[in-house]
Design a protein around this ligand. Structure first.
Ligand code: BEZ
Length: 393
């Protein structure tokens, strides 16, 4: 914890010089030091359509701490969990409070892209590290990037783009209809898909954006999809919206007629359990599946399942990996600039998703997988069909 922050400047400098041989002087984070404890805040939704995602992230982060004697970078962790709420109206004030709380050394989490976009400048001004454990807004590791904001998840456009070529091959001359929630993430997932799909010769039949967080009846939108007679549908939804959309797609009889593709959030974790047979055969792109066949994932799935109800999800892995990168980074110290230096030097992460490392844009350089919903050992699962070609921009 940043115990020295509220001390007068002269005393802080004296203590820093005495204790650290001057290294803390370079810490632009406004304090920090080499204390033996650190305070981390986990900002995840505990309410709204993305509450199940927040639960999985908390479970993933806690598993990393449990496996590492509740320490990161050799420092004892004090963890506080704060509700991100349903959207930026709740998440931005909650995150701002944490950015300005001098007792908090770093923040992990944030599910919603609009919330994340609303927090970048605040964390940059506070010089406090924010490790985004989900929100994929493209600009965060692009136009809006900040040295203090890092990401262990993905960029929205990349996940959509990863499956574009595959869908173009499947539909041939046919057109594809795009559907998603009307906010930053929905638009970027669809745009990413559209760019690689069109580059591979695909044609778009139409696009429907549905009001985010409020739509429980998708029938009017699905009717428009049916009327357009597309060869396939591509969608992004997550959490409870994913459950409702996939079930209604099936109830209206579209599933048997129109092949269904999406980003993997559509059929992830508890959403797939609730969708059951209505999700059968959906193809998705994602950087994780609990069914991935590698040693790190086998151990992770075993440990996670022993402590939680069900297998881990992409959300659990992204938060687990946020623990892994902070573990390395906090070896440098607990000040903002020290953590940032540690993140720059993090190197390869041996993750359940497969090995990855930070790109120059401070997000993961990682593999995307093609997954298909099938029954496996009596449960609906995202079976891995293979790697997807890395999209070129
Ligand atoms: C987002 O808002 O960036 C997002 C939310 C849920 C799943 C994936 C992305």
């Amino acid at each position: 914890m940043r115990a020295t922050r509220s001390l007068p400047l002269a005393l802080t400098l004296t203590l820093a010089l005495t204790a650290c041989g001057g290294s803390a002087l370079s810490d632009g984070g406004g304090g920090g030091g080499d204390d033996d404890s650190v305070k981390i805040a986990l900002l995840v939704p505990q309410s709204g359509v993305y509450a199940p995602l927040g639960k999985d992230m908390e479970a993933g982060f806690r598993l990393y701490l449990d496996q590492h004697d509740n320490q990161l970078g050799g420092k004892k962790v004090e963890l506080t969990v704060v509700d991100e709420g349903g959207g930026p109206e709740d998440g931005v004030p909650a995150g701002t409070k944490l950015a300005q709380d001098e007792s908090v050394d770093a923040v992990v989490g944030v599910v919603n892209s609009a919330t994340a976009l609303g927090l970048v400048d605040t964390f940059a001004e506070a010089k406090k590290p924010l490790i985004i454990g989900n929100a994929g807004a493209d600009d965060i590791t692009g136009k809006e990037s900040s040295p203090y904001v890092w990401r262990t998840s993905f960029a929205n456009g990349e996940v959509g783009a990863a499956i574009g070529e595959k869908v173009a091959e499947e539909v041939g001359d046919g057109k594809v209809y795009l559907v998603g929630p009307d906010y930053a993430a929905g638009k970027e997932f669809l745009a990413g898909f559209k760019s690689s799909f069109e580059k591979a010769g695909g044609k778009i039949a139409g696009t429907q954006m549905t009001p985010f967080g409020k739509t429980t009846n998708f029938q009017p939108y699905l009717q428009k999809v049916r009327n357009a007679k597309p060869k396939a549908v591509f969608a992004f939804y997550a959490g409870s919206e994913a459950v409702t959309f996939v079930k209604q797609y099936d109830q209206l009889g579209l599933h048997k007629d129109i092949p269904f593709y999406g980003t993997g959030f559509l059929t992830e974790g508890g959403a797939l359990t609730a969708q059951g047979k209505s999700a059968d055969g959906i193809f998705t792109s994602l950087h994780y599946s609990s069914e991935l066949d590698n040693e790190t994932n086998a151990a992770f799935v075993k440990d996670y399942s022993a402590k939680n109800d069900g297998k881990p999800t992409v959300y659990s892995v992204q938060a687990y990996d946020a623990g892994a990168v902070l573990d390395k980074a906090l070896e440098e110290g607990t000040g903002g600039d020290q953590i940032v230096e540690g993140l720059k030097a993090a190197g390869e992460i041996d993750s359940p998703r497969g090995p990855w490392s930070f790109s120059d844009e401070q997000g993961p350089d990682q593999t995307y997988y093609l997954r298909k919903v099938e029954q496996k050992d009596g449960a609906w699962s995202n079976v891995v069909e293979g790697d997807l070609t890395k999209p070129t921009s």
